[in-house]
Design a protein around this ligand. Sequence first.
Ligand SMILES: [Zn+2]
Length: 144
Amino acid sequence: MLEEKLKLTIKEAEKLHGHLGPFLVLGVRMGETAKKILKISHENTSLQVTAKLPLRTPFSCVLDGIQATTQCTIGNQKLKIENSSKEISAKFQCTKTGKILMMTANQKITEALMKRLSEGVSNEELVWKIARTPENQLFTMKKQ
Ligand SMILES: [Zn+2]
């Protein structure tokens, strides 16, 4: 059973983003995991993010998952974006403690997602698969 809090967070991200999809939820998981590991409470004035990913949908949907969960946005300049050819990664920095978390999405998982999407598997099904996958399988993480 999926935590009620994560369900609620996904709903909030969907509202911001306009639709629900697995890459949006991947971004939600990134933001939530980073906050947990860097011990950031819900007042996130001390967090800054640099996200690196292919700047086209569905990959860019990850950005709204990050924005919805961290309140680091393009508008408040706490989210910087860089293009990449394939990889989805993000650097989360707590400006208060100086701690940095590097996260890279497991390429096997993102490739499998693209394949399933092209086969016509429903967004809904893939969304809950990403929501339920343990974070250490979704991401490679390095804390500095
Ligand atoms: Zn999307």
